[in-house]
Design a protein around this ligand. Structure first.
Ligand code: BTN
Length: 334
């Protein structure tokens, strides 16, 4: 907490603040203050120090910084677990869900084995994206049925808030300019005795300032920067996303809402989700799961969030799978 308090004091002052004054306010030694300042500098803050004057904040950080995230979100220090590098934030929560508190956030600057749906990997390079997972456990967990949908809506709301035009590809991908920019992986464990969920994890990967992708992703992946033409502050994007996700996931907690409130919220989430559904009204082919491919017009989701497709045999509903345009855009005559 000391680091955040130092930041707060330096931000409130236009001039140097002495090491002694900081030490007195925080009740720690000047040496501890110096160590915290060094650590903040390593997180990218421009803090100058002057003999007999103290420390001055010249520039905030533009790197992913746990201190800045705690400051912006108002999260407790114990709620945020930050890694410069990790295998997968979802894996970390799976391994540690028993000891970590409800709503713990695991955030990494870089993942070495980021995972997506269908056993795919999620490209998670350093300094350009956001990779994080949130743990929900205990009595007041959001309804797993709509959690991925709510998370995709939260991501798309944040992009729209930056003036971008996101589309959602059912069920868990968010697109900009026909390219995938974000993916969501929701996981959990079912309690065998009750059949209810023991815990839930929502993992979100978001390409923010990426300009380059490996060859196999080059034609399909995008980023906020590639679409918006400018850099975005990772800490600010995280803050907005964290708040948006908190808002929607809170609406899905059945135990703290009346049945009517809950139903209204679900309908609102689904309506907004469907407004952004990619390829709605177009001819798509859905594959995956243990059924034949389905081809037909994409209608949207039903009230359970399942996908509805108007086929020659009537309306069919899918719980699982992935769709593509039946005739890809680049194969169409102009
Ligand atoms: C997908 O594209 O199918 C979902 C991608 C989900 C990626 C995020 S990044 C943070 C979290 N950790 C992971 O290993 N995966 C999710």
């Amino acid at each position: 907490m000391s680091k955040e308090k130092i930041l707060e004091i330096l931000m409130a002052s236009n001039d140097y603040v002495s090491g002694q004054k900081l030490a007195d306010e925080l009740g720690v030694s000047r040496n501890t203050i110096w160590k915290h300042v060094r650590s903040l500098q390593q997180e990218g803050y421009g803090i100058s120090s002057k003999t007999n004057a103290g420390y001055r904040l010249d520039q905030s950080t533009d790197r992913l910084s746990p201190s800045e995230i705690l400051r912006l979100t108002g999260m407790n220090e114990s709620q945020l677990v930050y890694f410069d590098e990790i295998g997968s934030t979802n894996n970390y929560l799976k391994e540690h869900h028993e000891t970590l508190a409800d709503h713990t956030v695991v955030l990494a600057s870089h993942q070495t084995t980021g995972r997506g749906r269908f056993g795919r990997s999620f490209y998670s390079p350093e300094t350009s994206g956001l990779y994080f997972s949130i743990l929900y456990k205990g009595e007041h967990k959001p309804d797993p049925e709509y959690l991925t949908i709510a998370a995709a809506l939260a991501v798309s709301d944040v992009m729209a808030g930056f003036g971008l035009q996101p589309m959602i590809k059912w069920v868990n991908d968010v697109y900009l300019d026909q390219r995938k920019v974000s993916g969501i992986l929701t996981e959990g464990e079912v309690e065998l005795e009750s059949g209810s969920m023991k815990y839930l994890i929502v993992g979100i990967g978001l390409n923010v300032n990426n300009l380059e992708f490996p060859p196999e992703l080059r034609s399909v992946a995008g980023s906020m920067k590639l679409s918006g033409g400018k850099d975005y502050d990772l800490n600010v994007v995280f803050d907005r996303l964290f708040r948006s996700l908190d808002h929607y996931s809170g609406q899905l907690v059945k135990t703290s809402r009346t049945e009517e409130e809950y139903r209204t919220s679900v309908q609102n989430i689904l309506d907004r989700y469907n407004e952004r559904l990619l390829f709605q009204g177009q001819l798509v082919t859905l594959s995956g799961g243990n059924r034949e491919d389905l081809t037909g017009l994409l209608l949207g989701t039903d009230e359970q969030g399942h996908l509805k497709i108007q086929t020659a045999q009537g309306i069919q509903t899918a719980v699982y799978g992935e769709y593509q345009l039946t005739i890809p855009l680049n194969a169409r005559r102009s």
